[in-house]
Design a protein around this ligand. Structure first.
Ligand SMILES: [Ca+2]
Ligand SMILES: [Ca+2]
Ligand SMILES: [Ca+2]
Ligand SMILES: [Zn+2]
Length: 547
């Protein structure tokens, strides 16, 4: 719909100018620009590199950065970025909420020659929402894929602005939310990396006819649709407006080769792109591509973006990260993992998938109802428990003990959550379910109001008891019984004593847990840091987790 936007006189010729007028930057330099903007208008800012990098002709040497609030973007502080795999025009879109300026910059990953950024097109913000059609990896068809128009090639981006409060009345919008005017749910396509810095180069997913029907696009459609479901669940059940409850943009990267270059890790060598995974990197969620190769013995037909529960699990990390940043080791780390698993199951239940496994349809990795089925304990210090005390596990380590069992011991709070949500008898203790939505509400309240960074299971129970008091006396009782049933604390009625049935306790020393990476597990957000993922290490230093 070309008629819906206006080309800015002069801008196109500037962006597409012959390379003879290009500027240049040495490696590591940055060049600043600013553009006056008017509230309610959407601007597409574009530039193009005129050289490619000497060592790898498939990637550009420059990236375009932008901040919407008038501050100058730097190599460590920016809100949006765009790069291109060639000398083609690359662009990003910013929506001006108020009159003022948008500041942009070109940053040189390597020696960079480029035509300076300019505003390629502008449109009324509320006119850009367009629903496309698409198909997910598992065959789901959608006729309401939220997209926005772009100017270049007359195409579209997988960019959901339909959850904004001011998009609530747009015709055909089924997804009204309360995100602020600048926010969005967007999916990026990762198409390469700069080897010297491990820099992923990503851009907005684009399509010419708004029909998202290729295999690579199916991964992007899944990430966008599933992230939208997560947003809707948070809003309707938790009364949360995105993971920070302040309308933060939700970004997902798909088709991300991992590791971006061959990496030595835990004593093994991993070829580029050999690992299959999903993770929250402190800023966005990232999915590796579906893997049809035999590199690293991985063969997966679909990327994990196809799994709503895995997607919700990663977004659960975003909530806990912003809430209390539970230390990723020992019991607090297991709580961190468990909370994300709870979120994964809860979002699926709300969308009609009433199962307690994680990853079904793609790669099943855990079962909250029966943790033992995947080698996790369902009882505190019971079978499969990984020692967490300082004597048995003195050095939390990703390679040797999974940070003292974070992906293992999460089975205990996972079983607790299952009992609390739907009830049951475990270790001879009977729990009456309070419903999965109420259970995640209480857990989220506890996460924000009571849990601390180094929380223990015992402390987690106490925090949930306090949170449950705002719901009902019965909720408090069932929280007590659910934790009691998995061997954490006493029963609600007796105020002391042990579970009715003696709990099997197995003494097991730390170590030998093996490296979780590469086994299809949903890994922790520190792994990309360890591997030097450049989005954290170079350009997004400000988002790096402190472990
Ligand atoms: Ca298409
Ligand atoms: Ca599922
Ligand atoms: Ca599931
Ligand atoms: Zn996780």
């Amino acid at each position: 719909m070309k008629s819906m936007f206006t080309f800015v006189a002069g801008a196109v010729s500037l962006v597409l100018a012959a390379s003879g007028h290009a500027d240049s930057l040495a490696k590591g330099q940055i060049s600043q620009y600013s553009f006056p903007v008017t509230a309610g208008v959407s601007y597409e800012i574009a530039f193009n590199a005129t050289n490619t990098c000497a060592d790898d002709l498939s990637v550009t040497c420059c990236v375009l950065l932008a901040n919407t609030n008038g501050t100058e973007p730097s190599d460590s502080g920016f809100e949006k970025f765009a790069a291109a795999p060639s000398t083609d025009v690359a662009s990003l879109v910013v929506d001006a909420v108020e009159d003022g300026t948008v500041n942009a910059a070109v940053y040189a990953i390597e020696a960079c020659e480029f035509n300076p950024p300019s505003i390629l097109a502008e449109r009324a913000t509320n006119a850009t929402l367009q629903f496309g059609i698409g198909t997910g990896q598992l065959g789901d068809s959608y006729d309401d894929v939220p997209t926005t128009q772009i100017a270049i090639d007359d195409g579209y981006m997988l960019r959901d602005i339909s959850r904004r409060a001011n998009q609530a009345t747009t015709d055909g919008n089924p997804n009204a939310g309360t995100m602020p005017g600048w926010s969005e749910i967007a999916v990026g396509r990762t198409f390469g990396y700069w080897q010297g810095f491990n820099l992923f180069l990503t851009d907005n997913a684009k399509d010419a006819d708004n029909n998202w029907d290729t295999l690579a696009q199916a991964e992007m459609v899944d990430a966008l649709i599933n992230s939208g479901k997560v947003y809707d669940y948070w809003l309707s059940v938790l009364n949360f407006n995105s993971f920070d409850n302040a309308g933060a943009a939700m970004y997902a990267q798909t088709n991300a080769p991992y590791p971006p270059e061959p990496a030595q890790f835990c004593g093994n060598t991993y070829p580029a792109g050999s690992l299959y995974n999903a993770f929250w990197d402190g800023y966005e969620i990232v999915f590796t591509p579906r893997n049809f190769t035999d590199i690293g013995d991985n063969y997966y037909e679909h990327s994990l973006a196809a799994a709503l529960d895995v997607t919700a699990h990663e977004w659960g990390h975003a909530i806990s990260d912003r809430a209390v940043n539970l230390a990723y080791q020992r019991e607090s780390g297991a709580l961190n993992e468990a909370y994300s698993d709870w979120m994964g199951v809860a979002v699926e239940f709300a969308n009609g998938e009433t199962n307690w496994t994680l990853g079904e349809g793609v790669d099943v990795i855990r079962d909250l109802q029966d943790p033992k089925a995947f080698g996790q304990p369902d009882t505190y210090e019971g079978l499969y428990w990984e020692a967490t005390d300082n004597v048995s596990c003195p050095e939390p380590d990703v390679c040797f003990n999974d940070y003292c069992g974070v992906h293992t011991n999460s089975g205990v709070p996972n079983k607790m959550f299952h009992l609390l949500a739907v009830g049951g008898t475990h270790n001879g203790v009977t729990v009456t379910g309070i419903g999965i939505d109420t259970a995640i509400q209480i857990a989220t309240d506890a996460l924000h109001n009571y849990w601390t960074a180094n929380e223990t299971f015992e402390g987690a129970r106490a925090g949930m008891e306090s949170a449950a008091a705002n719901y009902s006396a019965d909720a408090v009782t069932q929280v007590q019984m659910a934790w009691h049933a998995v061997g954490v604390g006493s029963s609600a009625s007796t105020g002391g004593g042990n579970p009715e049935t003696p709990i099997q306790r197995i003494s097991k020393s730390g170590g030998g847990g093996g490296c979780t990476i590469g086994n299809g597990d949903v890994n922790d957000p520190t792994l990309p840091v360890l591997l030097g993922l450049a989005l954290l290490g170079l350009l997004r230093r400000r988002f790096a987790r402190i472990q």
